[in-house]
Ligand binder design. Structure first.
Ligand SMILES: Nc1nc2c(ncn2[C@@H]2O[C@H](COP(=O)(O)OP(=O)(O)OP(=O)(O)O)[C@@H](O)[C@H]2O)c(=O)[nH]1
Ligand SMILES: [Mg+2]
Length: 201
């Protein structure tokens, strides 16, 4: 008699995706940061981003959905209504579940006006988003040996106010140092820490 065979199929593991939204003023280095994180040229850096773009990748064992967005301008070089619409759109493009907002700020000037612009543009996301946000300082090479803490202290209240809103979570990168994987590994570790306990499969 033929043996009765019972085939069992393991239930497919659902992969947890972390959605990363890149936000910031024009030329802050958002598209470059997206490329640095994913380890390949997925976003058009060096060219004005006009609409949201989403790209997926695996980085350090984590599945990421990275959403790039158009930057705002302090000098009327970007349509503010369009930018706000795209900021809202960027959130809709992230998969449901874990979301992280990366507020991209270059290591150079950060005036009161910059601070107001951040508050104004990101107000479309409501207050809850700040607890999922993190400042990413780009152009890290410009620190020229100074610590980021010294830089933050020097920039005063406008920058410190934004960092306070982000729970003082920040990380420094140089988007040009694409071979320096350590800067991305450290960033991924921050995401893992933030979502420890909630990133079950
Ligand atoms: N040295 C240096 N250059 C950078 C860095 N990040 C970006 N750049 C350069 O700055 C320019 C603008 O970078 P993008 O990544 O396109 O900036 P963006 O924020 O996406 O710009 P928009 O889409 O116009 O808002 C490009 O020429 C980049 O090569 C950085 O960390 N260090
Ligand atoms: Mg861009």
């Amino acid at each position: 008699m033929a043996e009765n065979r019972v085939t069992t199929y393991a239930s497919p593991r659902r992969v947890q995706v972390i959605g990363l939204v890149l936000l910031g003023r024009r030329l802050a280095g958002k598209s470059s940061l997206g490329n640095l994180i994913l380890g390949r040229n997925e976003f058009e850096a060096g060219k004005k981003t006009v609409g949201c773009v989403r790209r997926y990748g695996w980085v350090e064992g984590v599945r990421l959905a990275v959403v790039d967005s158009p930057g705002w301008s302090l000098f009327g070089l970007a349509d503010s209504t369009q930018v706000k619409r795209e900021i809202l759109h960027s959130v809709m493009l992230t998969p449901p579940g874990l979301q992280m907002f990366l507020l991209v700020i270059p290591v150079d000037s950060f005036s009161k006006r910059d601070g107001h612009a951040v508050e104004e543009y990101l107000s479309v996301l409501g207050d809850g988003f700040w607890s999922h946000s993190l400042v990413i300082f780009t152009w890290g090479g410009e620190l020229r040996g100074r610590t980021i803490e010294k830089h933050i202290e020097k920039k005063g209240e406008p920058l410190q106010g934004i960092l306070r809103r982000c729970g003082y979570r920040y990380h420094v990168v140089n988007n040009k140092w694409t071979e320096d994987k350590k800067q991305v590994i450290e960033l991924i570790n921050i995401f893992k820490q933030m979502y420890a306990g909630t990133s079950s499969t």
